[in-house]
Design a protein around this ligand. Structure first.
Ligand code: TPP
Length: 619
């Protein structure tokens, strides 16, 4: 069946039974691809029937579907002519793991970060009306994404606007791990409505079979049903804020989904369809561990076992060190925006449940809460991925930095992350954090330095950022480890002819290049500086070194704008240092596509070989 599906038109032609068969084939196909390439598995398996129903009822060349986060669009990509290309999922120049407007007309809006869909859909609905058009506009949003402030801001606006649009709330009771919060409590109350409806239908059938008294009793039951509705669902919430609420609907029943979508098409004003799905549906191993298979690397289908051995990574080192520090200092608390496992906080949550706070997919709020706690004398540690820290920018400035509050902001997945692509690359954090007064910004060269930086941050009593990359430390071992002092760089190697400055993960690269240059040139010595602090930068050490060597290279895992390169140039200009040869290696002022980290580093000339080749200095 799946082989015959080359466009949504092919899906529209199928009978319900054929669509059910297609759903099973799509699941198998996604499982095969994700088990090879890695990717978001459980969320895609959960929306197979929904996606088939959407393509059956709507024309996505005209009608707009905005997918929240966008990690669940593999089924949509298969249906919209990208079935074969999906084999290149997340590979360099291959199909992206998220919607991309440049891949297909039916991807109407790029996503990657959570909670944006209702705003974008409302914008499209307003534009449609202004232009006098009549297409449908739909946002598909998960119960996890609904915990994000932006989604709530959008519901507030959309409900009041009376704009014709549909929000499909895909409720699987999970964010990456179990969903939490007041919204989740509300949804679980609404979910009970299903049980109630089911039992009432069953009762209705039975009573109708009783001759003579059947109908009056049914009427009575229906009256009771209306009053029970008020009891079972004490507040309609979505109806109260202006939406027509439909559901809950079994999100794996294509026929029922199509029926609801058709009803929503006819209704004026904003409609919310609450659908219930199972994350990982159809693949037992993922159904039982939906958090583990939310996003995964390559794995064996039969056992679910990872094909690659999992090595120790920075997140784990961070989490373990934090547990150690928290044992000694009871003021330390940890806050996560729905990323407990990803940021290495699982152990902390187990050991200190009262000092661990999962606040939902709400990075702004995470920093707001942290600021409040810090003001009251607590030491909050907030690990968030670099690209999601973008969400909390004003909170870092307004709530933390202006008041100089000691919040420890750990920027995980800093730098290039690889296969998740442009929405997830963490190349901007050094640039945007460097602008903020009162912030101290550090990056460790290896695991040991991360541990020491964390300890240093706990004692600093100031707002501090520590950035570290995805994955493990470099295989190159740097033995030297000076004590950390505020604003002091570390000279790892003395030399006279070239200075190489690295920060974070590029420090070991700087060492390797230095050794190669020296091995190939008997008369050249290279000085290597581990900057450690982007802010305050160690002007004195850098200045002394470049005045000696007159030749400097910076290497950083971030954008060329306003990072290490800019900091160096500022020193040179401010102090009027002349006749210096400078080369800066950083990512260009561009969004970086998906691909493997090593491949992307080569493309942008940040790999060891390219930097070495471009710096074949001779005396
Ligand atoms: C701003 C932001 N923070 C964190 C994430 C990481 N993330 C990706 S999916 C996800 C959970 C989404 O849950 P839900 O919306 O319920 O979708 P599901 O995967 O359960 O279908 C999270 C936290 C993100 N994409 N964007």
């Amino acid at each position: 069946m799946i082989e015959k599906i080359n466009s949504p038109e092919d899906v529209k032609k199928l009978t319900i039974e054929e669509k059910k068969q297609l759903a099973e084939e799509i699941r198998k196909y996604i499982l095969e691809i994700v088990s090879e390439n890695g990717g978001h598995l459980a969320s895609n398996l959960g929306v197979v029937e929904l996606t088939i129903a959407l393509h059956s009822v709507f024309d996505l060349y005209k009608d707009k579907v905005v997918w929240d986060v966008g990690h669940q669009t593999y089924v949509h990509k298969i249906i919209t002519g990208r079935r074969e290309k999906l084999k290149t999922l997340r590979k360099l120049n291959g199909i992206a793991g998220f919607p991309k407007t440049n891949e297909s007309e039916t991807d109407c809006f790029n996503t990657g970060h959570s909670s944006t869909s209702v705003s974008a859909a409302l914008g499209m609905a307003r534009a449609r009306d202004l232009k006098g058009e009549n297409n449908a506009v739909i946002a598909v949003i998960g119960d996890g994404a609904l915990t994000g402030g932006m989604a709530l801001e959008a519901l507030n606006d959309a409900g009041y606007s009376k704009e014709k649009m549909t929000v499909i709330l895909n409720d699987n009771e999970m964010s990456i791990s179990k969903n939490i919060g007041g919204m989740s409590m509300l949804l679980s109350k609404l979910r009970t409505k299903r049980t109630y409806n089911k039992s009432s239908d069953a009762v209705k059938k039975v009573i109708l079979k009783i001759p003579a008294i059947g109908k009056p009793i049914v009427k009575l039951v229906q009256r009771v049903k209306r009053s029970i509705k008020q009891l079972v669902i004490p507040k309609m919430f979505f109806e109260d804020i202006g939406f027509r609420y439909l559901g809950p609907v079994d999100g794996h029943d294509i026929q029922e989904l199509e029926r609801m979508l058709k009803i929503s098409k006819e209704l004026e004003g904003p409609v919310l369809i609450h659908i219930l799905t199972k994350k990982g549906k159809g693949y037992k191993i993922a159904e039982e561990n939906p958090d583990k298979y939310h996003a995964t690397g390559p794995f064996e289908i039969e056992t679910g076992k990872s094909k690659k051995e999992k090595k120790k990574d920075y997140s784990k080192v961070f989490g373990e060190k934090l547990v150690e520090l928290a044992k000694e200092n009871e003021k330390i608390v940890a806050i996560t925006a729905s990323m407990k496992d990803g940021t290495g906080l699982t152990k902390f949550a187990e050991q200190f449940p009262k000092r661990f706070f999962d606040i939902g997919i709400a990075e702004q709020h995470a920093i707001g809460v942290a600021a409040g706690m810090a003001k009251a004398g607590i030491i909050p540690v907030v690990p968030i991925y670099s690209s999601f820290y973008q969400r909390a920018y004003d909170q870092v400035i307004h709530d933390v930095a202006i008041q100089n509050l000691p919040v420890i902001m750990c920027v995980d997945r800093a730098g290039i992350v690889g296969a998740d692509g442009e929405t997830h690359q963490g190349t901007l954090d050094m640039a945007f954090f460097r602008l903020i007064p009162n912030l101290t910004i550090m990056a460790p060269k290896n695991f040991k330095e991360l541990e020491e930086m964390l300890e240093f941050a706990v004692n600093l009593n100031k707002p501090v950022v520590i950035r570290y990359p995805r994955g493990g430390e470099d295989e190159y071992k740097v033995e030297k480890q000076e004590k950390i002092t505020l604003g002091k760089a570390e000279i790892l190697k003395q030399g006279n002819d070239l200075t190489i400055i690295g920060i974070g993960k590029t420090v070991t690269r700087a060492m390797k290049i230095a050794e190669k240059v020296e091995n190939e040139n008997n008369d050249i010595t290279v000085e290597v500086i581990n900057a450690r602090f982007l802010k305050p930068i160690d002007k004195e050490t850098i200045k002394k070194s470049i005045e000696k060597t007159k030749n400097v290279i910076t290497i950083e895992d971030g954008t060329i704008i306003n990072g290490l390169a800019t900091a160096l140039q500022e020193i040179i200009i401010e102090d009027n240092i002349s006749e210096i040869k400078i080369k800066n290696y950083a990512y260009p002022d561009k969004f970086i596509q998906h691909g493997e980290v090593g491949e992307l580093e080569k493309i942008y000339g940040l790999d060891e070989q390219t930097i070495y080749r471009r710096n074949q200095i001779k005396k």
